[in-house]
Ligand binder design. Structure first.
Ligand SMILES: Nc1ncnc2c1ncn2[C@@H]1O[C@H](COP(=O)(O)OP(=O)(O)O)[C@@H](O)[C@H]1O
Ligand SMILES: O=P(O)(O)OC[C@H]1O[C@](O)(COP(=O)(O)O)[C@@H](O)[C@@H]1O
Length: 322
């Protein structure tokens, strides 16, 4: 039985190319090139499987790239139930500039999904969550899928007492938040887009997180790249510094974070241990080439470097937070 279901509605082949520096408008010759199965839910399932969990990955997959992804999942022993389509799964380009120490993502929109495919997916989803404890909904929605689709999936999961972890952007995130998922993992830019204003200081970030908690979200994990993350839950705000790693590709770091959060909470670890595991797993993923995840041992070896500081949200926000 799979306790964790990961949903990837817009999977991707992640094509990572390395260059010394990108010269826009000029001829660029790539150095190393690699392809990894990607899409946020698939990555969460990959990381969980690597750490000994048995997730079920579901979603839509199409054409030759879709079959290639499913074959990799088979190879890794990841259970999956994707609705197969003719239209090809997208390719997302990740440009790693080695001299500039920078990654640029160019993500395709994906191919349109029709009503029939939506119906077929909902059958798979309902069956999958029947016996699950956790559903991870992550990534963009392909064209043709209504922007409140995560809201629909959250409602169905909540009716069966399945905890939902949501990691999305734009309207998919905002509409999902309205339906009160258990946890959300925005990065800073995503949270800024959700609240519609820059979040320059701690107070701004606390207020934005409080807005989500007020809507019924129980845990907000706000990731901030190399600066680490904030975790807001039960009236506490916990800041975690990211460990120093030699960064190779940050692609998948956010997904490692979601996977680690799910695993730590499923195993009922104490909150401080969960948070150190989460941030260590994300930073360890950033040290890997392409879209890849660290082993449990590699992750554990970084945990001591994740320094935590805890504050009470109520005393920090004072009058503003009432
Ligand atoms: N340059 C970095 N050095 C160390 N850790 C990093 C770095 N970039 C990202 N991480 C880790 O990955 C986590 C998620 O990264 P972030 O870029 O915020 O999310 P996302 O990948 O979802 O955009 C961070 O909280 C941090 O733990
Ligand atoms: O669905 P979206 O938002 O286009 O994101 C898909 C991309 O996100 C990734 O899952 C990586 O996400 P993170 O870097 O946030 O962990 C890639 O594998 C994939 O190409």
């Amino acid at each position: 039985m799979c306790k964790i279901v990961t949903v990837t509605l817009n999977p991707a082949v992640d094509k990572t190319i390395h260059l010394p520096r990108l010269r826009p408008g000029d001829l660029n010759r790539a150095g190393r090139v690699r392809r990894d199965p990607g899409g946020k839910g698939i990555n969460v399932a990959r990381a969980l499987k690597q750490w000994g969990e048995n997730p079920l990955a579901i979603g839509w997959a199409g054409g030759y790239p879709g079959r290639w992804i499913l074959e990799r999942l088979e190879e890794w022993g990841i259970e999956h139930r994707f609705v197969e389509l003719e239209a090809e799964t997208r390719t997302n380009l990740k440009i790693v500039e080695e001299e500039a120490d920078r990654v640029t993502d160019i993500n395709e929109p994906g191919n349109p999904i029709d009503e029939e495919a939506i119906k077929r997916f909902l059958k798979v989803y309902d069956a999958a969550i029947e016996r699950a404890e956790i559903a991870v909904l992550s990534g963009s929605l392909p064209p043709g899928v209504p922007s409140d689709f995560y809201g629909t999936l959250i409602d169905r999961a909540k009716r069966r007492a399945v905890k939902v972890y949501l990691d999305a952007d734009g309207a998919a995130l905002s509409e999902g938040i309205r339906r009160g998922p258990y946890a959300v993992k925005p990065n800073l830019a995503e949270l800024e887009r959700h609240v519609g204003r820059p979040l320059n200081d701690e107070d701004d970030r606390f207020m934005a997180a409080k807005g989500l908690l007020d809507r019924g979200v129980r845990l907000v994990a706000l990731s901030m790249g190399g600066e680490g993350a904030w975790f807001f839950t039960d009236g506490k705000a916990i800041r975690a510094q990211a460990p120093r790693v030699s960064v190779s590709s940050t692609v998948g770091a956010g997904d490692a974070m979601v996977a680690a959060l799910v695993m730590g909470q499923l195993r009922k670890w104490p909150l401080d241990e969960v948070i150190r595991f989460v941030v260590a797993a994300a930073s360890a993923a950033a040290s890997k080439e392409g879209t890849q995840f660290a082993t449990l041992e590699e992750t554990r070896s970084l945990m001591d470097q994740v320094k935590l500081s805890c504050r009470s949200m109520i005393s920090c926000l004072g009058e503003r937070g009432q």
